[in-house]
Design a protein around this ligand. Sequence first.
Ligand code: SF4
Length: 342
Amino acid sequence: METTQIPDFRMDGTRISGILISNDPENGEIRSLARRFIEETIDGGRERTTTSIKDLRAFPLTIWFLKALNINVLTTRVINRTRDILEAELRSTRTGSEDILSYAGAMGINCELSLDEERYLIPVTQFITFSSRISGPRYRLVNQAVSNGKVLCSRELASKIIRESFVRKAFEAYSSITREDAVNNTGPAKEILDDLMKMIEERGITRDVQLGTVDYAIFPPCIKEYISQMKDGVNLPHMARFTLVSFLHKVGMNSDEIIALFRTAPDFKEKLTTYQVNHVTGQTSSTEYSPPKCTVLQSNHLCYRGEDTICNSKWLKHPLQYYTFKKNKPLRKAPFNNLEKR
Ligand code: SF4
């Protein structure tokens, strides 16, 4: 494997325009790959042809196309697919440890191989930064062996840290392009972009999150943050999803409305989401779940109370308590703690 296959994140607009008008067969292939990357992401059920690390050479052009299309959720889905291709390559037996170190270096991770060549050593600060984006307690620092300020990572774990650094760089590259530049420099690809936009509209991928009749203004900060992240195309951790679904159900949204909301999530899968929502809301299970308490969300780094006065009150124990208190505020002088029975 050659590290030249690492995506060139920041390609300037002049080079992008050059690729789009070039007659060179390689540039033609890059145009085709970028288009397919996006098409296959929009159409989740379609057979994927862009699966190889070599296909990532189309990544810079793909990023410019995505900026011109300007649909956050689609951007995140494409970056996540690219991330998964990179991770599969890193974990593949055909990828040697030297290649992993090269990839880590290209992603800005100071990774070294342990003396017995069994582990990858990653500085604690970098580990914390990137592991926080990986779901699951086994990826937390408290569950790792640490020596001399370095975390001893398995290949699997090192691959995940490297891939998360890739994701950050990819989003930085995306954010560094202005929409105006993207539209101007992808002008020669107008036909491709029009076709992609048509597909996006046909598949119902939208820019906006629909909340129906529920009163968003009095949601607690954590719930607002989850919705905002979803709107920005971020994949929510499992507990945030569970909290969001159970909260929205408790405040009066029906399952169809909740599923429609999740349609904007980057990793949306209709069948799985329907199953999960119906399970949490008690339609297909014997339990109608409540969101976790604030202390649970806090210990999972999913509390966003900031300076919010109600969240910082001693009596607040639960996100639903926040909503009900605000809803009844004109009538209610004292807080209540009766949520487990709801
Ligand atoms: S204190 Fe509770 S309600 Fe407020 S943001 Fe944190 S978890 Fe949500």
